[in-house]
Design a protein around this ligand. Sequence first.
Ligand code: NAG
Length: 998
Amino acid sequence: MAAFLPLFLLAVAANAGLLVAPSHGLSQDGLHLLDAKRALTVPAGALEDWNPRDATPCAWTGVSCDDDATGAVTGVSLANANLVGPFPSALCRIPRLASLDLSTNYIGPDVPAKAVAGCKALATLDLSVNSFVGPLPDALAGLPDLVYLSLEGNNFSGSIPDSFGTFRKLESLSLVNNLLGGEVPAFLGAVATLRELNLSYNPFTPGPVPAELGRLAALRVLWLASCNLVGSIPASLGRLGNLTDLDLSTNALTGPIPPEIAGLASAVQIELYNNSLSGPIPKGFGKLTELRSMDVAMNRLDGAIPDDLFEAPKLETLHLYSNALTGAVPESAAKATSLAELRLFANRLNGTLPADLGRNTPLVCLDVSDNSISGEIPRGVCERGELEELLMLNNALIGSIPEGLGRCHRLRRVRLSKNRLDGDVPDAVWGLPHMALLELNDNQLTGEISPVIAGAANMSNLVISNNRLTGSIPSEIGSLAKLYELSADGNMLSGPLPSSLGSLAELGRLVLHNNSLSGQLLRGIHSWKKLSELNLADNGFTGAIPPELGDLPVLNYLDLSGNRLTGQVPIQLENLKLNQFNVSNNQLSGQLPPQYATEAYRSSFLGNPGLCGDIAGLCSDSQGNAGNHSGYVWMIRSIFIFAAVVLVVGVAWFYWRYWSFNKAKLNAERSKWTLTSFHKVSFSEHDILDCLDEDNVIGSGASGKVYKAVLGNGEVVAVKKLWGGSLKKDTENGVDEGSAADNSFDAEVRTLSKIRHKNIVKLLCCCTHDDSKLLVYEYMPNGSLGDVLHSSKAGLLDWSTRYKIALDAAEGLSYLHQDCVPAIVHRDVKSNNILLDAEFSACVADFGVAKVVEAAGRAPKSMSVIAGSCGYIAPEYAYTLRVNEKSDIYSFGVVLLELVTGKPPVDPEFGEKDLVKWVCSTIDQKGVEHVLDSRLDMAFKEEIGRVLNIGLVCASSLPINRPAMRRVVKMLQEVRAEARAKLEPYYYDDTSDQGSSV
Ligand SMILES: *[C@@H]1O[C@H](CO)[C@@H](O)[C@H](O)[C@H]1NC(C)=O
């Protein structure tokens, strides 16, 4: 088809009155270049200077020529040019082409052997980050001068062919991030010229690191991360005298690290983490004059840390964490002159730290947590002033906190908890300007919280529980605008709560129990919008419980027990949804609020003699002895008679009211619902509730059940009833899941209410009542794409409809990713979440798991919830446990493949594979025709093929290869535009047999 284009262009040009001499001046190389351009879909505006009327192409974008007079083309570089289409074979007819860079485009699916064989002069070939699939092209090994070959970031599959052991001049081979199988082949050890061998991130068959790789004497970089390697590290690698980077991380290697590895004289970086290595770290690393980074964390190494490790003069990063190392941190660590990051946590280290650690060393991060280290914190640990993180929790450290830390202005995180530290906390430590986390709990520290704390503007968590701190809480604490947690329980703090505490808007946890605080509880606490835990138990507080506590929107843990509080329990507390509520052992009096006057809350109120309610044990003998005997009998009788009358009347009344009873109850129940609407709606919460009948269920998912609701006025809406959240309390860290669910619901609703886009399902309103939550959406009469596509109704979806759906959904997602601020990650993109309206326009739905992507740093914790549905989850999720836009794009790629193949994302037919792998391997083994949905009209084959390619790029295993959604939209639009442009000239010439790009 591509050959029609020039004729068409010619016709247009002629009509426009331009007289074109058909390129008789242009060199043959130039003609080949134009041929190549024609075979590709080039975005509008690109390569415009490739002008057929030039005599030579040497000035064209991306083209370079020989310096001599012949003007032969020697280089073509079209990286990152948004090119779509097949490998431009015409380029290989340029006889002296030595360098070809087509990286980061959408070229594929195969590298034609015949064409490649023609590229005889090639020295450099870069096809990385494209849409190639199928086996690695054997023909490449036949190129006699090839020096640099990069095929990384495609979806090549199958084993590395034997021919790859026969390269004669190859210095750099990168196959990173493909779908290669078979074992890492030993024959690569025969490519003696190799300086760089990068095979990381391929699903190879489990196999050893071939000892033969030790023969690659010129090797500088050996990168075999995540290659399914098993067995031990071959000693032969120690012979690689020029090796600078060795990365065998994230495999299943076992056995000891061979001592020979410590003899890699040129090593700069050694990464062996995430394996199952054992034994000690071999001595000799210290002699490595080039070593800058060594990461052997997360293995099973034991034995002592070798002394000489720190003698490596350039060593900057040393990670030995999560092993079984024993003994002390060697004295030599204090002499390391470049060491900035030392992470030794989670080992079995003991002894004392080198006394001079940090005096000569530009330490930025020191983490020795979770060991059994004793002795003092080295006095000069921050002498160089670079320290940002000092993490030593859970050891047996003694002595005081060094004064010098108070001058350590870059400190951000200090965790010294669970040691045996004593002495006063140095004044200046309280007020360090960058400190975000100061955790000193469970020591024996003394002194007062200094007023200089006013300077700690970044403090978010101040955890000083279980020490011997005295004095009062300074009012300066009110200037810590970012303070989230103040935990100072188990000290000897005294005096009143400073009223400035009430203005801390970020405060989530205020835990001060077990001190000697006194005075009245704070009023004016309206800023505490985020406070979820308030524990002031076992102090000497007096006065009344402030009714304002009932207004705190997310409070769920309230403990005021063991004080001297007086007055009533304010009725406002009924507004709270408390998991823990304790006001026992005070001097409260009066009637309990009705909601709390039940047996369930009994223990919440014990030990308040004046408090009355219907709970046994409260008010027990406060009025019993007053009356005489006859009065007592009279009282019993009247109660008896009264009860009998009540019984008779009650029974009659019961029958009288029986039929309306349920109705009344229902109405009472309903009146508690609140409706918050985001669009103009013409219905009430009652209309909605009437429709929640099991007969009306139209779907059910991870987050809830969906009902179709036909309202009184004829309007139809979809109502999603969220599953009730559990109120289980996580005792370990005090995080409450119930309130987390509440918060995420509020977040979801807030997010959704802001979104107005034609391809996003509209949220009309939400109704809430205690734990029940309903979301009311516009109704989409054609259901979900998944339901239609994978049922007998699939016939409704012809190619044009499917194409439109793909584009609509892409636009919806692109809006979420790129137009919403902050960006919204859907987290569960799948065909069942793409809904179809009456005209089969598509809308993206169900943000059940969508979260607003917070500023970096806050995200990871909330993002660690498993996200997505089977068959749609991006492969990197398995090891990153992170979800971002790129994971959505992967899932969207799967949806595109569903549209093109008509197959579901997982299917018994695929065996072990999912749809993505099935498509790749079927194309590879049988050809593209075998993956396309046979129900589609093959007149659109080219268009379908292009959408297939876009799907494959989106579902590429390496996240960086996946184009952003906005680009996906653009590519999808171009598919149509191209198809139109190509259909037009069809009438001028239908004899051509060239260049289908499918
Ligand atoms: C190792 O590197 C040195 C210095 O760059 C070089 O002279 C030598 O030839 C290299 N060794 C091999 C076997 O390539």
